[in-house]
Write a protein that binds this ligand. Structure first.
Ligand SMILES: Nc1ncnc2c1ncn2[C@@H]1O[C@H](COP(=O)(O)OP(=O)(O)O)[C@@H](O)[C@H]1O
Ligand SMILES: [Mg+2]
Length: 133
C-alpha cells in the first residue's frame, strides 16, 4: 500500500520529518513515531515489548513512552553510513526476534549512536511484522 503524507517542503528538506511505515517527528531531544499503517502500529506496540525485554541486553534507543502504537524515544545522532557486520551479528545472536532473513538490521538508517557507541533506533520488528509488506 502506498501512503502519501504531505509536509511543508522546509520540514522535509531539513529532515525533521521522516516516514515509511511510521512518521517520525524529530524534535531537539526526542523523536515521536506515529504509525500510518497497520504494520506501523504493530511495530510501535512491539517496540515497547522489545524495550522491556531487551533494554539491559543490548543498546536500544531509550523508549520514553508508548501509547496506542505511538512511540516516543530519546533522539540520537543518526548519520551513519554503514553498520559493522559484527554489530549486526551480535544483536541477532542476542535477540531471537531479529534472527531471520531480510531483517532490516543492516540498514544504517535504523541506527544511531551516542558516546557509548551504536544504538538501535528501529527495533519494533519481528518475522511476522516484517512479512506484512
Ligand atoms: N531515536 C531516534 N533518534 C534519531 N532519529 C531517529 C530515531 N528514531 C527514528 N529516527 C529516524 O526516523 C527514521 C524512521 O524511524 P524508524 O524507527 O526506522 O521507523 P520505521 O522504519 O518503522 O518507519 C529512522 O530511519 C531515523 O532516521
Ligand atoms: Mg526503519
Amino acid at each position: 500500500m502506498l501512503v502519501r503524507v504531505r509536509f511543508p517542503p522546509r520540514l522535509l528538506k531539513h529532515k525533521m520529518i521522516k516516514y515509511s511505515t511510521r512518521v517520525a517527528i524529530i524534535l531537539k531531544n526526542i523523536v515521536i513515531k506515529i504509525p500510518v499503517t497497520r504494520r506501523g502500529y504493530l511495530q510501535g506496540v512491539h517496540e515497547k515489548r522489545m524495550w522491556d525485554k531487551y533494554k539491559d541486553t543490548v543498546s536500544l534507543a531509550e523508549l520514553k513512552w508508548m501509547f496506542a502504537g505511538i512511540v516516543c524515544q530519546k533522539r540520537y545522532q543518526n548519520d551513519l553510513q554503514n553498520i559493522p557486520v559484527n554489530i549486526v551479528k551480535a544483536y541477532k545472536s542476542k535477540i531471537s526476534e531479529f534472527d531471520f532473513e531480510n531483517c532490516d538490521l543492516h540498514n544504517p538508517k535504523n541506527w544511531g549512536y551516542d558516546e557509548q557507541g551504536y544504538v538501535l533506533l528501529d527495533y519494533g520488528i519481528n518475522q511476522y511484522i516484517a512479512s506484512l509488506y
